[in-house]
Design a binder for this molecule. Structure first.
Ligand code: HMG
Ligand code: MG
Length: 308
């Protein structure tokens, strides 16, 4: 089996992770989280969302986050943008990388952004045009690639149609999201194979939620399909408020541990991410969902105790 030599991890904990937290997370904590992740070598750290504060209160401070953030040279800090209003707010806050999002299923589109799939593409056309004219880099998400909380099964053709539309709009990369974490390895491979008949594999990223514990297995299956970009979340934070029961993203610590074991380079300091995962979990008062993170920290503590 030939793995990619290097893999890019897009850290989504500060957005996908925190958007689902019920208690307010102070802007200073969000900034510290983002800065620690960037310092740990994550090449892209999603840092906020310019969506309706009524729908997602936790992302309401995104302008303040971007204004207070000390950005590292060479790190990308994308922000989620749903429409022109969000785009304008993002640009005002100093964002230079945006991520637009659509759903492969009709039901999730309606629940998440209040419009149909075709309407969502129409809304994004204006955003895409302005973004291109202002040299703003644009990533695209397709949600519900392996199943929808409202419509059930989703056909790979539906996923490919939305991914194609986002590429045509100018997205440099399409992140295929298993929003509710139901997909298993064979199914994920089929979706990738279908999308890759239209889009080069270098432009495809995978975004797994770990609801059914399939995240790491699905990363491995995707690597075998030649995918080299993965979204993940420190401490496995996350979920989507409009996907009932969906749990956090596959943990960054678990993915980097897998990649390190396979000899794949990421440029990420795994122990620094593990410490950040422990810190943010304590802050949020929730268990750390990163298995590798917890194990590495426990092993280090043991080592330190015995003078190792
Ligand atoms: P809407 O209600 O359909 O739009 O919102 P509207 O145009 O009727 O506006 C209603 C109100 O929202 C108005 O305010 C607008 O001004 C305001 P009001 O007059 O009631 O005071 N509004 C905005 N405010 C701030 N920023 C904006 C904005 N746009 C309108 N950009 C909208 C449409 C999409 C904005 C709304 O439905 C929304 O924000 N939905 C939340 C979407 C979201 O953030 N979901 C979670 C992220 S997606 C995800 O997690 C999946 C992903 O991780 C991949 C995966 O896992 O699959 C990416
Ligand atoms: Mg997600």
């Amino acid at each position: 089996m030939s793995w990619p030599e290097t893999v890019k991890i897009v850290e989504v904990g500060a957005r996908d992770g925190l958007q689902n937290e019920s208690t307010e997370v102070p802007v200073a904590i969000k900034i510290e989280l983002i800065e620690r992740l960037a310092a740990a070598g994550l090449p892209a750290v999603e840092a906020g969302a310019f969506v309706s504060p009524k729908r997602v209160p936790q992302m309401a401070g995104s302008t303040a986050v971007f204004q207070g953030l000390r950005q590292r040279h060479g790190t990308a800090y994308p922000a989620l943008v749903p429409n022109m209003k969000g785009f304008e707010a993002a640009i005002e806050a100093g964002v230079t990388d945006i991520a637009v999002f659509v759903s492969a299923s009709e039901g999730f589109s309606q629940h998440n952004i209040g419009c149909s799939r075709s309407e969502s593409l129409e809304r994004l056309h204006d955003v895409a045009q302005v973004a291109t004219s202002q040299n703003i880099r644009m990533r695209g998400y397709v949600s519900c690639i392996a199943g929808c909380p409202y419509d059930g099964a989703v056909a790979p053709d539906e996923v490919a149609a939305m991914a194609d539309a986002l590429v045509a709009m100018g997205c440099y990369e399409i992140s295929l999201g298993d929003t509710i974490g139901v997909g298993t390895a064979g199914q994920i491979r089929s979706v990738i194979k279908r999308v890759a008949t239209d889009i080069p594999r270098e432009k495809i990223a995978m975004h797994f939620h770990d609801t059914y514990g399939q995240g790491v297995a699905n990363v491995l299956a995707s690597l075998e399909e030649g995918i080299a970009v993965f979204d993940s979340s420190v401490a496995g934070l996350g979920g989507c408020p409009f996907a009932p029961g969906a749990s956090g993203n596959v943990a960054t610590e678990d993915v980097v541990y897998l990649l390190r074991g396979l000899g794949i380079k990421t440029g990420i300091d795994l122990m620094a991410v593990a410490k950040t995962g422990d810190w943010i979990s304590r802050h949020l008062g929730r268990p750390n969902a990163a298995r590798a993170g917890k194990a590495l920290l426990a092993a280090k503590q043991e080592d330190d105790l015995h003078g190792g």
